[in-house]
Design a protein around this ligand. Structure first.
Ligand SMILES: Nc1nc2c(c(=O)[nH]1)N[C@H]1C(S)=C(S)[C@@H](COP(=O)(O)OP(=O)(O)OC[C@H]3O[C@@H](n4cnc5c(=O)[nH]c(N)nc54)[C@H](O)[C@@H]3O)O[C@H]1N2
Ligand SMILES: Nc1nc2c(c(=O)[nH]1)N[C@H]1C(S)=C(S)[C@@H](COP(=O)(O)OP(=O)(O)OC[C@H]3O[C@@H](n4cnc5c(=O)[nH]c(N)nc54)[C@H](O)[C@@H]3O)O[C@H]1N2
Ligand code: SF4
Ligand SMILES: [Mo]
Length: 890
């Protein structure tokens, strides 16, 4: 058994992971105690990583039109297609679409091939949907994409403002670090700004729930307040900034009363927040997609930065505007120039074209920026882009207006997709599928949110014929005649070249400099400990901590812009707002987390959340079926009532797609509206109509094998140990159960069975069917007019594991000892809501006693807000008893 340190491939916290490997298998995962991001902690996604290393669903061989192909002809084909497309239609007719989930080395090579050797800058990345407004905000203010904060600042600040971030679920380990720092320093204040009451509000001293998209007003109002109340740090402003007067003038109309009108917050709430900001010595504003994913996201980032500049709360410990990154290597992508409007090593088209050309000895350097993600797929839809290579992202799910994206992919003449899994919504459009090494197989570096470069190390051999992405690109480059400039045999050489470029003719002028790491040999690279940049080979770095910025004057800039409320696309003027985002245990399009049964227990089937008052007004009941629609499309979902959801706004998770549910891909409703500076789409806002859908029949189906997508108004499927569980709803037959639809769905698997057990009460709409094969349950379907008459999920799952031969008694749908746990709250210890409520009923009154009895909340801690809510609900109902009793006495 060997122990190997590596890095988690999910969120931008970038936790160090220790893996125990035996016989080429990862047998245990734990947090790396020496890693400065997490000091041994992991969240449930990280600690379930070993369970994602399964062959099930993996793409194992190159596939051309679904047929297996060897690597050599596959790579020849990519090179031929690139060469002939460029020859016929010019370099702008080809594109790469990359991802913040690639390693720095993959990213570097792809960017180099496209921008230096194919002559086009049509290489963009899913980071456009994620970080690009934050990048533009920093560039405008500081003259460079410099994140001036570290995780320790989150611990050391007196006030933490979390804006548009649900870190309790999306950056759980960091959230735990924040929670612990608050415990150590009870005077620390936390303000959460989010239209929804999220799990992250658990730590908040103040939760501000502004109207969607009104944050620009909030922060312009803050600047105005700081100015009017003498809270500006005049010395800092005079010494280190420019543009202050214009920004203050621009913000002058944003009085508390005006901001109150725009945001819906009370003047009192606003002044409370403003005072806290102005009077706290050390303040970090921590912001994420509630700010970035907006058509005015860049201005919002600058409105936040302005307030830090005005008060000098920047460049010293415990201070700063901190954009937290989402993906594991969002930062690495920015460093290698993965965005179409950047060059490698944080360089740009205006100033550094010649320098990069010389360093690469590039024969065909792109001379101007290429298409940004949304534009890129629009150009493809117009027929201008004829070749695209998509790596490590799922644009058919994640870009706005997915119908248009899918049409563009259909139209594009040659679509190459490299991915680790076989079935994705994007792979369905690929001409050629290339099998990529996934986490645990690939080798390279990632940079986390606080500029810490860590190694992801290969732990096990690749499955099938999977290869690293950098290898594929290198092989194609060589076939195009660039063998000399693409000599790489391993990630170490690529990293070294990348590090050399960062220092090339730099002389302290460029912020991104990691030239101290340029001379690592392969062994030193293998052993590389987490390292922060900047780390120049010579001299000490100079930056905001020294009062220096990367603008021509060396001063930071105030950027003034009038705030604006978001607009839906004009065709979408519908009554409700649609907000989108993440759930605790899922990662994006679920290609990996959706394979881990344990992670499918926190939220099981595709649902949207809405406020109970909206539901009542529309006649929608909890857990019933609804349609969410606008001019672009329609989703069919279960309604989850949530009082934390503001009235008038729905929240839809981004995770479900055609692989897991019918009509569930929320980005089909999102218009392709983008920020004019950054090109980032407004993924958090549009408008929709909502209505209840009648259901005549509900069914739960457990099956050993995956079934073809059901043709029913609603279905949502999840992975169980040893099979799948699908929830189905029908509205086709008046008053009864259309058994034909269910039988049709099961047709393929029914052929394989030896026997069927059946019960049908057509008057009651009750239909039960169990398929038996070799004395085992092959599938079991229970349908009823009422969903609450269906058997329990755990009982259904237990059918797949049953040893005894199935008999008619199973059709009852319950067992004598059918104990259930309810939805999982604590995924680390797999503790369900029913167990927790039982323990509370038996007297557990604190987190500590729940932890002592059930272990819940003692693992990664991200369920703590939900545990507290259950404890609170019990406390509230305890209080309700005397109230009711008193009422009875009167
Ligand atoms: N579990 C999990 N963790 C993840 C990911 C995942 O898929 N799953 N993905 C990773 C990635 S790539 C990213 S980018 C990050 C994203 O991390 P976050 O940004 O924290 O996550 P989101 O859920 O997208 O959005 C955050 C919050 O923005 C709020 N919001 C919406 N509109 C507004 C608004 O107008 N103003 C304000 N102030 N808030 C608003 C939403 O209600 C939501 O609660 O998460 C990373 N971590
Ligand atoms: N409406 C709405 N839309 C959004 C968002 C939102 O909040 N709301 N958030 C946006 C944000 S912030 C993001 S980051 C995007 C994320 O959206 P995507 O990037 O589209 O989502 P993923 O599911 O992470 O896709 C990654 C793909 O790469 C594969 N993969 C993993 N590792 C590797 C590898 O090493 N090599 C290769 N070749 N493939 C690999 C995975 O199997 C998966 O298919 O979604 C964006 N879209
Ligand atoms: S917080 Fe969780 S998902 Fe993010 S890097 Fe750490 S273990 Fe991975
Ligand atoms: Mo992201």
């Amino acid at each position: 058994m060997t122990n190997c340190n590596t890095t988690c491939p999910y969120c931008g916290v970038g936790c160090g992971v220790s893996a125990e490997v035996e016989n080429d298998r990862v047998i245990a995962i734990s947090g790396d105690r020496s890693h400065p991001a997490n000091f041994g902690r992991l969240c449930v996604k990280g600690s379930s990583l070993a369970e994602t290393l399964v062959e099930d669903g993996r793409l194992l061989h190159p596939l051309l039109g679904g047929e297996r192909l060897a690597w050599d002809p596959a790579l020849d084909l990519v090179a031929d297609q690139l060469r002939s497309t460029v020859a016929r239609y010019g370099p702008e007719s080809v594109a790469f679409y990359l991802s913040g989930q690639l390693l720095t080395e993959d990213y570097y090579v792809a960017n180099k091939l496209m921008k230096g050797f194919l002559g086009s800058a049509n290489v963009d990345t899913n980071s456009r949907l994620c970080m690009s407004s934050a990048v533009s905000g920093y560039q405008r203010a500081f003259g460079a994409d410099h994140v001036p904060c570290s995780y320790e600042d989150l611990e050391h600040c007196d006030l933490l403002v979390m804006v548009g971030s649900n870190a309790a679920w999306t950056h759980p380990v960091l959230y735990q670090r924040i929670a612990e720092s608050k415990q150590r320093n009870p005077a620390k204040r936390i303000v959460v700004i989010d239209p929804r009451r999220t799990a992250s509000c658990d730590l908040a001293d103040l939760h501000l729930a502004p109207r969607a998209g009104s944050d620009g007003f909030l922060f312009a109002g803050l600047l105005n307040y700081l100015q009017r109340h003498g809270l500006v740090d005049r010395d800092y402003v005079a010494a280190h900034t420019e543009g202050f007067d214009a920004a203050v003038q621009q913000a002058a109309p944003q009085t508390p009363a005006a901001v109150s009108r725009a945001s819906g917050l009370s003047v009192d709430e606003l002044e409370q927040f403003y005072r806290l900001f102005g009077e706290s010595d050390r303040v970090v504003t921590f912001y994420s997609q509630g700010i970035n994913q907006s058509a005015t996201g860049t201005d919002k980032c600058n409105a936040i930065i302005n307030c830090h500049l005005a008060t000098g709360k920047l460049g010293r410990p415990g201070c700063g505007p901190f954009s937290i990154t989402g993906q594991p290597n969002a930062m690495g992508g920015r460093e290698v120039g993965g965005l179409a409007n950047q060059l490698a090593a944080h360089m740009n088209f205006d100033r550094h074209l010649e320098l990069v050309r010389r360093f690469w000895q590039a024969p065909a350097m792109a001379s101007r920026p290429g298409h940004k993600a949304v534009e890129l797929f629009q150009a493809m839809d117009r027929g201008e882009i004829r070749f695209v290579w998509i790596m490590a992202t799922n644009p058919a799910v994640s870009l706005p207006d997915t119908a248009q994206v899918r049409r563009a992919l259909q139209r594009c003449e040659f679509v190459v997709v490299s991915d680790c899994v076989h079935d994705t919504d994007t792979a369905a459009f690929a001409d050629l599928l290339l099998p990529a090494c996934g986490w645990g197989e690939k080798d390279g570096t990632v940079t986390n949110s606080e500029r810490c470069i860590s190694r992801q190390r290969a732990l096990v051999p690749p499955l099938g014929e999977a290869r690293p992405d950098w290898w594929m690109v290198t092989q194609v480059a060589r076939r195009l005649g660039f063998a000399d400039q693409f000599p790489y045999e391993g990630a170490a050489e690529i990293f070294s070249e990348h590090a050399r470029l960062s220092g090339f003719e730099n002389d302290g002028q460029r912020d991104f400099d990691i030239s101290a790491l340029a001379d690592l040999d392969r062994e030193q690279y293998d052993r590389l400990a987490p390292s922060y940049w900047p780390c120049p080979a010579a001299g000490a770095p100079v930056g905001p901590a020294q009062g220096h910025f990367f603008t021509p004057t060396g001063r930071a800039r105030f950027v003034s812009a009038a705030p604006a409320l978001p607009e839906p696309a004009s065709s979408d003027r519908a009554p409700l707002q649609l907000n989108t985002g993440r759930l605790r245990d899922q990662w994006h399009s679920m290609t990996r987390t959706g394979r881990v049964p344990k992670l499918m227990r926190h939220r099981d089937f595709f649902s949207i959340s809405l406020n109970p008052a909206d539901a009542a007004a529309l006649g929608i009941e909890a857990d019933s079926l609804v349609a969410v629609e606008n001019s672009r499309g329609r989703l069919t979902a279960l309604a989850q009532l949530d009082s934390g959801q503001p009235a008038g706004q729905l929240f839809c998770p981004i995770h479900w797609n055609d692989q897991f549910a019918g009509a569930a891909c929320v980005s089909q409703l999102i218009p392709a509206l983008t920020d004019p500076v950054s090109g980032q789409p407004q993924s958090k806002y549009t408008t929709v109509a909502l209505r209840p859908l009648a259901t005549t029949s509900w069914a739960l189906l457990v099956s050993r094998n995956r079934l073809p997508p059901p043709r029913l108004p609603y279905w949502s499927s999840l992975r169980l140990t040893g099979g799948y569980l699908t929830l189905l709803a029908d509205n086709s037959s008046e008053g009864g159960t259309d058994t034909a639809a269910y039988r049709h769905l099961l047709a393929a698997v029914a052929r394989e069975t030896d026997a069927e057990l059946q019960y049908h009460d057509s008057a009651g709409g009750d239909f039960r069917l169990i398929g038996v094969r070799k004395q085992r349950v092959e599938y079991a379907l229970f349908a009823n007019r009422r969903r609450d008459h269906l058997p329990d999920r755990d009982w259904l799952q237990s059918l797949l594991a049953r040893e005894q031969p199935p008999d008619y008694r199973l059709l009852r749908g319950v067992d004598a000892d059918g104990e259930t746990t309810g939805p999982t709250i604590c995924s680390c210890w797999e503790v369900g809501e029913k167990q927790i409520n039982q323990a509370i009923a038996n007297g557990a009154r604190s987190l500590e006693s729940l932890g002592a009895q059930l272990h819940c909340g003692t693992g990664c801690g991200s369920c703590v807000p939900e545990l507290k809510a259950l404890l609170q609900a019990a406390a509230d109902s305890d209080q309700a008893v005397p109230l009711v009793a008193r009422a009875g006495l009167q």
